[in-house]
Design a protein. Structure first.
Length: 152
């Protein structure tokens, strides 16, 4: 029998028959991974029976209130992607500066001289695609914030 079938028999909440217990024992004897899972399960079962976790009345309401507060703060501070607006703007400025400064490099001057003006068109298209794509992602991820800010 394979591991998943043995573990299904073991985790079954109904009492396991004697042949089923023998199958589980034999499989655990030869399969170290399943034996470790069974041992962890039995240990957790013992801990739970001994009332390891004390009762905490009213804990549910406290936890739910904290989760609601954290959700509100996340909506205010960060975007759904997890990057703040400031992070997006800084990354955009770095991209724009790196694209613009590419024209001032020594290798670019040599390449532009050898290729002539025909090289400027692909460079312009590349810069336009990069900036347009970045702008589209920025606007798409901040749509709710931008509509509220500009009243759209």
């Amino acid at each position: 029998m394979n591991c998943s079938k043995i573990m299904d028999i073991f985790y079954n909440e109904e009492p396991v028959s004697f042949p089923g217990q023998i199958q589980i024992w034999l499989h655990a004897f030869f399969c170290e991974e399943c034996a470790a899972k069974i041992e962890k399960y039995n240990t957790a079962k013992i801990i739970m029976k001994e009332d390891f976790f004390p009762a905490a009345p009213g804990l549910e309401n406290t936890i739910m209130a904290r989760l609601a507060i954290e959700e509100e703060q996340e909506d205010i501070i960060a975007t759904p992607g997890g990057i703040s607006t400031r992070g997006w703007v800084i990354a955009g400025l770095i991209i724009m500066v790196s694209l613009v400064t590419a024209f001032f490099g020594l290798d670019f001057q040599n390449l532009a001289t050898e290729s002539g003006r025909s090289f400027m068109l692909p460079m312009g298209i590349t810069i336009g695609i990069v900036l347009t794509t970045y702008g589209a992602f920025f606007i798409g991820s901040h749509l709710k914030e931008l509509t509220e800010r500009f009243g759209l």
